[in-house]
Design a protein around this ligand. Structure first.
Ligand code: AMP
Ligand code: MG
Length: 410
């Protein structure tokens, strides 16, 4: 049987996802959201010519011959604090004390740093000297940040689909954008399934294991900016699973994500339920780990059934769910960041597109990859120790030491 390729699976999933609606938030609550509009600067930044240092605003020509042994002596005629507006201009032979960020006075065309003068390092009480000696010369426009140097009025500074990283939030603040249109958070209903699962606060019991997938997946969902409703653990029964699926429908989730129960086991009911009350698009992908991965819809809500083994659930999420959530959340770029790496050891695969847990290090300017341990899909420790997923393309069964391939940095 030919399995669906990872690429085809990703495209089939993506084709079913559109951006959610937008909402308007105060800027203070917008960090981490995805911007829904293009933003153009409403003014020049900086808004006025200002000093980039604490020092003295001068006319560069006056300092032409200044040296440590023969300093230029200027008359200090004004004191310009940050936040104030100079009340006079300066002319030849004159200087104005000026603080970082303060408005440059008319007449001045450079600022000499306080460190290059005989002036004391400032404290608020340091009195304004009547004269200042400059121990060096200076070029015109030195230490001046001219109006519009960083951003010209009307420049497009952010685009719809950009994530509002802390630096972008700062930029919006700089432009006085107090309320911003962003996409709302997608709501994902999440559940685990399996008779062997117990919540982590229950005492261990024979034959049972703790539900770790819901923790992995909740954390991944938080990282991708989704709101998550964890619905609990479904038993391996049709009615138990259906109850949680119906709960997800009632809360109008944008997507239902489950783990386990989508393989070929005797009690793997999920596919059957999806088929009878919705539609099953596919349930097997040519990847390792993560082959049993189901996609479809249940009563009109998109459904992704991840594999049960924790590493498979993680990899399935990264490779197939993350791009879809990016699209849903309004992100412009949904492709993962991959880098070329050289293998520090030979690796084997089974011909499926493989995502192996690896450490990528720089060695003599080359990124080099080494596996972190046995690649059993239940071995979460080897994933914890990894900083990358090493990608072995479909159809390749072994790669020799020194071979080139790609890695996805985590
Ligand atoms: P299944 O897909 O139901 O055949 O499960 C595959 C493997 O994943 C089994 O060993 C399960 O015990 C394990 N598993 C399933 N769900 C979870 C979970 N939520 N947390 C940890 N392991 C799980
Ligand atoms: Mg099971």
């Amino acid at each position: 049987m030919t399995l669906l390729s990872v690429q085809a699976a990703r495209e089939r999933i993506l084709s079913q996802f559109e951006k959610v609606e937008t909402e308007i938030l105060p800027l203070s609550q917008a960090a981490g959201r995805i911007l829904a509009v293009d933003v153009y600067s409403p003014n020049d930044l900086p808004p006025f010519d200002n000093s980039s240092v604490d020092g003295f605003a001068v006319i560069a020509d006056d300092l032409k011959k200044a040296t440590a042994d023969s300093p230029a002596v200027l008359k200090v005629v004004a004191d310009i604090r940050a936040g104030s507006v100079p009340d006079r201009s300066i002319s030849r032979g004159q200087a104005a004390r000026i603080m970082t960020g303060a408005v440059l006075p008319d007449g001045a065309n450079a600022v000499i740093m306080i460190e290059d003068t005989d002036s004391e390092y400032g404290r608020s009480e340091t009195p304004l000297p009547s004269e200042v000696k400059s121990f060096r010369s200076i070029a015109e426009s030195d230490n001046i940040r001219p109006r519009g140097m960083d951003i010209k009025n009307g420049l497009k500074v952010l685009s719809a689909g950009d994530p509002l990283r802390p630096q972008a939030v700062g930029l919006l603040a700089m432009m006085g954008v107090g309320r911003v249109e962003v996409y709302r958070k997608p709501l994902v209903a999440l559940f685990s399934s399996g008779d062997e699962l117990i919540p982590i606060d229950r005492p261990p019991q024979p034959g049972k294991i703790r539900d770790s997938n819901s923790y992995i997946l909740s954390a991944l969902l938080a990282e991708t900016g989704c709101a998550t409703a964890f619905l609990g653990i479904a038993p391996d029964s049709i009615s138990g699973i259906r109850q949680l699926l119906d709960h997800a429908v009632d809360m109008h989730a944008d997507l239902i994500i489950s783990s386990a129960g989508v393989s070929v086991g005797a009690f793997d009911y999920l596919k059957e339920i999806i088929q009878s009350d919705g539609a099953l698009d596919f349930w097997r992908v040519n990847m390792r780990p993560g082959k049993p991965l189901a996609f479809g819809e249940y009563r009109g809500i998109r459904f992704i059934g991840l594999p049960g083994n924790p590493v498979s659930a993680f990899v399935g999420f990264q490779v197939l769910v993350r791009p879809a959530l990016g699209r849903l959340a309004g992100l412009r770029a949904v492709n993962p960041f991959k880098v070329p790496v050289r293998l520090a050891e030979g690796v084997e695969s089974d011909g499926r597109e493989s995502y192996l847990r690896a450490i990528v290090n720089e060695q003599d300017g080359v990124l080099t990859a080494k596996l972190t341990g046995h690649q059993g899909s239940g071995n979460l420790l080897s994933l914890v120790q990894a900083n990358a997923l090493l990608i072995i393309p479909a159809g390749v069964k072994s790669l020799a030491i020194g071979a080139q391939t790609e890695a996805w940095l985590l």
